[in-house]
Design a binder for this molecule. Structure first.
Ligand code: ADP
Ligand code: MG
Length: 722
């Protein structure tokens, strides 16, 4: 039987259980997926200068001869391993291949090989662990002098793949090579229409796969990578435009706007809304009044008052309830964490007090409702089943919750609006499933308001929010005091701690952000590279602030543990919270007035800005101290930008230009690969992807002519949101 792209890997080679487990971890189950496992980098033969100039941590490639090859079992486990020395004319390098006894047999003493890997060092000196190895007969120039002067025509780039336990880069490379030799690319179909590729001068799929795995030269690998990045961005654009068109063609409840009622609601707040807030409310109300469902993204800096906007439009929608034949309208408000959901719940209770509107809270750890039966101003705890039945029969009009809201068991009577806070992706599927009551299929699609404080550069916004219209809140409530931001070098520490002590003594709380979690090993400690959360917490508790309570929060903790620590901090059971950047997401502890950021130079500007937004949430003067040991000019200049910045968007753009979007934010949270994140920097590419996607779908809405493309988009939808 002919081996094809859909053939299992076992058609290439015998796959041991270890290999199979490793491959599964890398999400590789057939040849197509294998070929889409792209190299993370290329080891470049031209980088080499021989075994005499090894540097730990650096990639290294050498042409040499195998010596002292031995196959044995590792002393601790029973893992078979091959050990050898590879000699060139300047010396030798020790190489070890764990779990790969066959290397010893395939490359006995005297074999000429090309080896590449990352240099490590241990007590016995330098070594390469599981390096790539290839036979190099005929490549190694015979004369010793020319050994390290490869001529430019020869191929010196070796792909390096992401590895996992049991699956080495070399193993992957061997499998890929085999697949290509079996001509699996013969009948491969390019999903991207040829005219689109032409416009961007991108290689076709077949060529691109060859260039990316068997690089002839750098230019070709770059072209290949760009092609795959484009494919991803293009398919995203297609999917989003499809959703946009689908939404346009669906019905929604048009909301009648009662201006006088809304004004009364707004007047009940203790503050006057900013112009930006009012503009946002007006554009949302305009959308809501239409027959087709709204899809709008509200982008506003931390503290710009998005909750107020959400509450006001919620109120506006609920004023229409009476008109829908006694089936009151409902609103679902989804937050990324339980604490935030609870905070929104409490805010909404305040805002809606006296209106008679019933509000529910739905999280994994409990449910609540307001007003309670006894009609006090505190909510009562209710069972999940009870709350679900009230949502299904329409009694509860507003439900605030976490991801728990999108579980199948949650059904609404008449969901009119979904509000999503800091949740970057919410697709048509979720929207539909939320809208549909279990037994009836409803025609109307709910309106969608997505809110974020993450400053998103335009090209990225076009890519991930192509289906949404954008509103920006570009100013902050006036009475907010500016957060005093200072760059603190090592020598300024003591003085700064004393200032902070005064804040703590006045009853305020402090965040301390560190870039890493674990204890460091001795070498790192000596280099004083990074502060770790645990270590720093210990130091602060023992030495600096022994009179205060220190707690820690980091990303390796369980979700419930994190929630508990945050709740304690909110309840002022702890004074100082040492954390990794996990606290970035919109948490609100108004009593916290100081944030220290250790190794501030290691964070992106936009991220620093987000972190800084954790303080300054009440009338108290707040402080952000950027601790840094790097006094270099570039660091200082970068951090100064933060001191002077007016808003996060400015910083996001700066970050993007300086470090790429990948450094700015994690693509994974949007389901975008690093490869595509890098390409998003290129506005032309993104715009062509967008324009072409639109044109294609306008002419062929179901992509009948491009079934492969349709398939890619279908797969995208599945991974959309866990
Ligand atoms: P975010 O946009 O980060 O979600 P919030 O909605 O949490 O911001 O608002 C932050 C704080 O600002 C809240 O305590 C809120 O009551 C307050 N606030 C909102 N709008 C205004 C305003 N126009 N004037 C004064 N304070 C406001
Ligand atoms: Mg918020």
């Amino acid at each position: 039987m002919k081996t094809t792209l859909n053939s299992p890997l076992s058609s290439l080679s015998r796959i041991s259980p270890d290999h199979e487990a490793g491959l599964k971890k890398l999400n590789i189950s057939n040849i197509l997926e294998l070929l889409h496992h792209f190299p993370i980098r290329y080891a470049d033969m031209r980088e080499i200068s021989g075994t005499s100039t090894l540097v730990a941590g650096q990639p290294f490639t050498v042409y040499g001869v195998m010596e002292k090859v031995s196959v044995r079992r590792s002393f601790k486990g029973h893992m078979p391993m091959t050990e050898a020395r590879v000699a060139d004319n300047t010396g030798t390098i020790r190489c070890v291949w764990f779990n790969q006894a066959y290397i010893g047999k395939m490359y006995p003493d005297g074999t000429k090989v090309k080896i590449s890997g990352v240099v490590h060092s241990d007590a016995r000196g330098f070594l390469l662990s599981n390096p790539n190895i290839e036979r190099a007969e005929g490549i190694i120039p015979e004369s010793q002098e020319s050994l390290f002067a490869p001529n430019a025509d020869t191929n010196f780039l070796t792909p390096v793949y992401r590895e996992t336990k049991g699956v080495s880069s070399l193993y992957l490379y061997t499998l890929i090579k085999k697949a290509i030799q079996l001509n699996v690319l013969d009948d491969i179909v390019d999903p991207i229409p040829p005219h689109v590729l032409k416009k961007l001068h991108l290689p076709e799929l077949r060529e691109a796969l060859l260039y990316i795995h068997f690089p002839k030269n750098e230019a070709l690998t770059i072209a290949a990578r760009k092609r795959f990045a484009f494919e991803e961005i293009f398919s995203l654009q297609l999917k989003q435009y499809q959703e946009k068109v689908e939404a346009k063609h669906s019905l929604a409840y048009p909301i009648k706007v009662d201006k006088i009622g809304i004004k009364k609601f707004i007047d009940s707040f203790p503050f006057k809304p900013t112009t930006a807030q009012m503009d946002a409310i007006n554009s949302i109300l305009k959308d809501l009044s239409r027959k087709e469902p709204m899809g709008r993204l509200l982008e506003g800096d931390v503290g710009s008052g998005k909750t107020f906007v959400a509450a006001t439009v919620t109120y506006a929608v609920l004023q229409n309830s009476a008109e829908k034949n006694g089936r009151p309208l409902q609103i679902a408000y989804m937050a990324p964490t339980e604490i935030l959901a609870k905070q929104h719940f409490e805010s909404f209770i305040k805002y809606f007090e006296g209106t008679g509107i019933e509000i529910g809270l739905l999280t994994g750890s409990g449910c609540g409702k307001f007003p309670s039966k006894s009609d006090t101003s505190t909510p009562t705890a209710v069972s999940r089943a009870q709350l679900l039945s009230w949502l299904a029969d329409g009694r509860v009009s507003i439900v605030i919750g976490t991801h728990a809201l999108i579980q199948k068991s949650v059904a609404f009577q008449n969901l009119a609006l979904i509000i999503i806070d800091e949740q970057h992706r919410f697709g048509m599927k979720q929207r539909k499933s939320l809208a549909q009551k279990k037994d009836t299929v409803r025609k109307e699609l709910p309106h969608l308001l997505s809110m974020t404080a993450t400053p998103i550069p335009r090209t990225l916004a076009l890519t991930i929010f192509g289906d949404l219209d954008l509103t920006v809140i570009d100013s902050m409530p006036l009475e907010r005091k500016k957060i005093i931001t200072e760059i603190v070098p090592a020598r300024g520490r003591t003085e700064t701690y004393e200032k902070i002590r005064k804040e703590l003594q006045a009853g305020r709380q402090v965040y301390v952000i560190c870039p890493r979690i674990d204890e460091q090993d001795e070498e790192e400690r000596q280099k004083r590279i990074l502060k770790s959360v645990k270590e720093e917490a210990q130091r602060l508790a023992d030495v600096i602030f022994p009179e205060f309570i220190v707690d820690i929060l980091h990303s390796k903790m369980k979700k419930e543990e994190k929630e508990e620590v945050m709740q304690d901090f909110l309840d002022k059971k702890s004074d100082i919270l040492v954390a990794t950047s996990v606290i970035e997401v919109g948490i609100n502890v108004p009593n916290a007035t100081v944030i220290i950021i250790e190794h501030a130079d290691r964070f992106g500007l936009a991220q620093l800005h987000q972190l800084r937004g954790r303080v300054g949430r009440r009338e108290y003067q707040s402080y952000c101290y950027l601790f840094t040991e790097s006094e270099g000019e570039i660091t200082q200049k970068r951090l100064k930008a933060l001191v002077n910045a007016k808003n996060g968007f400015e910083l996001a753009e700066q970050d993007m230009l300086a470090r790429g979007i990948g450094a700015l934010m994690d693509g994974k949270q949007w389901g975008i690969s690093d490869l595509a994140m890098e390409a998003i920097k290129n506005p032309k590419l993104v715009e062509i992807a967008r324009d072409e996607a639109r044109e294609l779908l306008d002419n062929d809405p179901t992509l009948e002519k491009y079934p492969e493309l349709a398939e890619i988009i279908r797969k995208r939808t599945q991974v959309h949101m866990e």
